[in-house]
Write a protein that binds this ligand. Structure first.
Ligand code: PMV
Length: 352
């Protein structure tokens, strides 16, 4: 095994039609297809990986902290271990992994850091091991770490097919259009809280499916939404796209509130954002912007470049907004020159 370091950078994605609720919790198989926009500048995960016989044991550092996936004993950690093992077996090597990953944005605040982290890691492992797995296969591996991560394997607008097979082999992501098809799309992220969410999305999926009566109507609604979003994207019909995005976010959060005990990710500032966007759209005469919220209170405002300044200005007047990060549509994971494995870290992890 060569001791070369491979560094990749990737980005989170923001779902335009959401994934919420699974038919299989172990394989992360969703009840409905979903569609997202991969983000880019302003929101990146950089991951350097190296496989070497010189390394004592697998070591993964995320945002400066060494991860103990075995001790963590939670679903995402288990899947991360499984993914590393799967890739290593595919490459027929026993070499240990040293990986360092860093986000340019706050983790665990509903900004999909786990999606970005998992997708960038899987992409980097494939490159470092010279596996030449296709993106479809990488998306299946990433899906098992964190469902929504499968969509970050591609750039542009991406669909995650729900699939129907019980082994998950047809539940993968695919690109609908590349980033340069509609480069005017932007996501203005209004940060209203950087604190860790109380209910993890992993737990939330289960509680909603188990306890919400409203949820029964969600999979067909979302599935139809995906088809309509694809049409709006192909036609670059922003007015229709925006309404579909807002209605889907509201529908998902309604099923969360209908769960027992209720799951409430939105706070007063989030509701302020919803009000502000409806006001902006109403005064404009058609939709200039769409809000959407994941499993957290921070608002993602999807708009077009030409409206970015006006929407940002009007939004920043909404109460409770702490900061704003803007990202254009991104082109997906790629090689990076920004190596994060230092000589010191390597020495620390080498056999004596
Ligand atoms: O990938 P997970 O298990 O963290 O679920 C994420 C679900 C949402 O972000 C709320 C919606 C989505 O499709 O990304």
């Amino acid at each position: 095994m060569s001791d070369e370091i491979y560094t990749a950078s990737g980005s989170p994605n923001i779902a335009l039609i959401k994934y919420w609720g699974r038919r299989d919790d172990l394989l992360n198989l969703p009840n409905n297809s979903s569609i997202s926009m991969t983000l880019g500048d302003g929101l990146t995960t950089t991951t350097s990986v190296m496989f070497s016989d010189r390394i004592k044991e697998d070591a993964v550092y995320i945002n400066g902290k060494r991860q103990d996936y075995k001790a963590a004993n939670d679903e995402k950690s288990g899947f991360m271990l499984k993914a590393i093992e799967y890739m290593r077996e595919a490459a027929k090597t026993n070499a240990r992994l040293l990986a360092v990953s860093k986000n340019s944005f706050p983790s665990d605040a509903g900004l999909a850091s786990s999606a970005s982290g998992a997708a960038t890691m899987v992409y980097a492992l494939n490159e470092a091991l010279g596996l030449k797995m296709q993106q479809k296969e990488l998306s299946i591996v990433a899906r098992q770490i964190s469902g929504s991560a499968c969509r970050s394997i591609f750039g542009g607008i991406v669909k995650w097919n729900k699939g129907s097979r019980s082994d998950g082999s047809d539940s993968f992501a695919e690109q609908v259009v590349p980033a340069d098809y509609w480069p005017d799309l932007v996501d203005i992220i209004a940060i209203v809280s950087e604190s860790k969410k109380k209910v993890s999305s992993s737990e939330g999926h289960k509680v909603t499916v188990r306890t919400s009566a409203l949820y029964r109507a969600r999979p067909p609604f979302a599935e139809a939404g995906v088809a309509k979003v694809i049409e709006a994207v192909h036609e670059k019909d922003f007015n229709s796209l925006a309404e579909l995005i807002m209605r889907d976010s509201n529908d998902m959060h309604a099923t969360m509130l209908d769960s027992w005990p209720p799951i409430i990710y939105l706070n007063d500032a989030s509701k302020g954002i919803i009000g502000a966007i409806h006001e902006i759209n109403q005064s404009h005469g058609e939709n200039m912007a769409a809000y959407t919220f994941d499993a957290g209170p921070n608002g993602h405002i999807i708009t077009l470049r030409k409206y970015e300044a006006e929407v940002t200005e009007r939004l920043s007047k909404a109460v409770g907004i702490k900061s704003i990060i803007t990202s254009g549509i991104g082109s997906g994971p790629r090689k990076s020159e920004d190596c994060l494995i230092t000589k010191e870290l390597l020495a620390e992890n080498e056999r004596q």
